[in-house]
Ligand binder design. Structure first.
Ligand code: NAD
Length: 311
């Protein structure tokens, strides 16, 4: 059935995640990749991931893991992937030229109403869609990794994207169980990464000035800000800490502004700072323990995402 079909271009980490999210919501995603072996890996991997989610009670929707997996198909024919679909999610490597060439190929293959979405993490939608016939249907849908546990998706329209497309994509992502946020216009780095890099930038400044160790800096987030922000964002937190924003502003604006003015020029992640980060963090988690630590991270994220759903 036409309205159930979704095209996924690129079968890496993100392509697989989107395929599972669509399958859980009852859609029929078809994944295309230039590397055929990747497609076999994608099928095996999504089968395992869905089974694991089922085991942990985290599977979405009402279908079993096996039923969800049965809905995912693969193809090595791009036209087969993108024709007769209402939505396409492109998930190829983050290279502007590659993404542009993929969309130039796809553009003449799609109908008037197909939504054209790219998973780009940093490339603005106007650069990817400028020359496309169907550019009014083009949008960036930037997921957070891993999408199953961190549901945020940033929706970024190009200047020419139709308003109706933004609304449709927002509704679709909500239907998939994701948490969409909309940028009113494009900006370099979008929002999540701008905020992430401002944090990392300040971390590097504090290291450079010899204020705190790498291990303690991370703790400021994991036992301080991160805990606080898991349920209330910085703005809600501020609002709740005073009798409304006007009072908050009156109380704290001068202090905040004074500190803001001391932030200074950005610091590049290289040289002594980079060495210090690597040296200190390997004392906490040595390089040969990275895999183990990743597995632990995923388990913890699973537990947190369960808890957030219950609250
Ligand atoms: P990946 O390296 O895991 O997978 C990319 C896939 O694209 C590979 O399977 C590759 O074979 C395939 N590919 C390459 N050229 C192709 C082509 N011409 N046609 C079809 N397939 C092609 O990458 P990923 O981590 O899944 O990232 C994909 C996109 O999602 C990138 O734009 C990335 O920036 C974005 N993204 C990644 C993350 C993340 O944390 N990994 C988070 C958000 C967004």
């Amino acid at each position: 059935h036409k309205s159930e079909n979704v095209g996924i271009i690129g079968s890496g980490l993100i392509g697989r995640s989107f395929a599972m999210l669509f399958a859980a919501a009852g859609y029929r995603p078809c994944i295309y990749d230039i590397k055929e072996s990747q497609l076999d890996d994608a099928l095996a991997d999504t089968r395992k991931q869905l089974a694991d989610l089922e085991k942990h009670g985290l599977l979405r929707g009402s279908l079993s893991a096996a039923e969800q997996h049965e809905r995912i198909s693969t193809t090595n024919d791009l036209a087969e992937c993108v024709s007769d679909v209402f939505y396409i999610q492109e998930c190829v490597y983050e290279r502007e030229e590659l993404k542009r060439s993929v969309w130039e190929k796809v553009d003449p293959m799609v109908g008037e109403n197909t939504i054209l979405a790219s998973s780009a993490s940093a490339i603005v939608p106007s650069k990817l869609s400028e020359g496309l016939v169907h550019r009014n249907n083009f949008i960036v849908v930037h997921p957070t990794n891993p999408p199953f546990y961190a549901p945020l998706v940033e929706i970024i329209p190009a200047p020419w994207t139709e308003a109706g497309i933004v609304q449709k994509v927002k509704a679709l992502m909500t239907e998939l169980g994701q948490s969409p946020v909309v940028l009113k216009k494009e900006i370099e780095g979008f929002v999540l990464n701008r905020i992430q890099y401002s944090i990392i930038g300040e971390y590097m400044r504090l290291l450079k000035e010899g204020i705190m160790s790498v291990e303690d800096l991370d703790k400021v987030m994991t036992d301080g800000l991160g805990v606080r922000y898991a349920f209330n964002g910085p703005l809600m937190t501020a609002y709740l800490n005073a009798e409304g924003f006007y009072e908050y502003g009156e109380k704290y604006r001068d202090m905040i502004f004074g500190i803001q003015k001391s932030f200074g020029e950005p610091i590049k992640m290289e040289g002594d700072i980079l060495k210090q980060m690597q040296d200190e963090i390997t004392r906490v988690v040595p390089m040969d323990a990275i895999h183990e630590r990743r597995a632990k991270r995923d388990l913890r994220l699973t537990a947190l995402s369960k808890l957030k759903k219950e609250m």
